[in-house]
Design a protein around this ligand. Structure first.
Ligand code: ADE
Length: 228
């Protein structure tokens, strides 16, 4: 899979994309993550990529021209399945969207910034708008990093133990059961006996029951299929 991120703050991706699982996924050649600075695509001499909103109002708006030029450049070399725009008014990101996106070959993620992006970008260049939650971030970069992380860890071969992505919370609409590690007792606080029993079937059943109990108490909406 290849993910091309378009942003005016490329430095923001240095931490998230260069560490841990995302770093390993690139090292293994399973995923290509490319971050494109929008500024070189500006046509004016000051290399600005935003301007005041027509009709007035506070905040700068990202211009269509540099974004279109950047996307056109990328499309010369690759076909893209989706051009995603990160925005608080997009469709709410969840595990099922992450699963769907993880099956694609190439995607572009455009990070919104400042007051937003010229509406014509959304109308003519974008195929999917995604929000990571009902709150407003300073820009779409952190959202793009969250979306990329959630997608990439699902691609076969990225995690060492592939079954662990399938047993994540939200797969099967259930929250993951609790986990414990050594020591078996700390400060008098004990690990449940069943986990130390070595009895696989009982352990599996206990985990399933815990998942259902947790989902009922913490996220009952997952059981009835509603969003909240
Ligand atoms: N940009 C600003 N806020 C955002 C959000 N909640 N989700 C996605 N992109 C955003």
């Amino acid at each position: 899979m290849r993910i091309d991120v378009i942003t005016c703050l490329p430095e923001l991706f240095k931490g998230p994309f260069d560490q841990s699982i995302l770093h390993r996924a690139q090292d293994k050649g399973i995923v290509e993550l490319k971050v494109h600075d929008l500024r070189p695509y500006a046509t004016n001499k000051h290399k600005t990529v935003d301007d005041y909103a027509y009709g007035g109002g506070a905040g700068m708006v990202l211009q269509i021209e540099p974004i279109d030029r950047c996307i056109s450049d990328l499309k010369k070399d690759n076909d893209y399945d989706e051009v995603i725009y990160t925005s608080p008014d997009g469709v709410q990101f969840d595990q099922s969207i992450a699963n769907q996106l993880s099956l694609l070959n190439n995607i572009i993620i455009i990070c919104g910034h400042y007051k937003g992006v010229d509406e014509r970008v959304r109308e003519h260049l974008v195929t999917k708008e995604i929000s990571i939650g009902d709150y407003v971030l300073s820009g779409g970069e952190l959202a793009a990093a969250v979306i990329s992380d959630a997608i990439i860890r699902l691609i076969p071969g990225v995690l060492n133990d592939e079954s662990s992505a399938l047993s994540d919370s939200f797969q099967d609409n259930l929250i993951a059961p609790p986990v414990y590690t050594r020591p078996a007792e700390y400060n008098g606080w004990k690990v449940p006996d069943v986990l130390l029993s070595g009895h696989e079937a009982n352990i599996e059943q206990w985990r399933h029951e815990q998942s259902i109990e947790r989902t009922k108490s913490r996220r009952p909406n997952l059981l009835d299929g509603t969003t909240e």
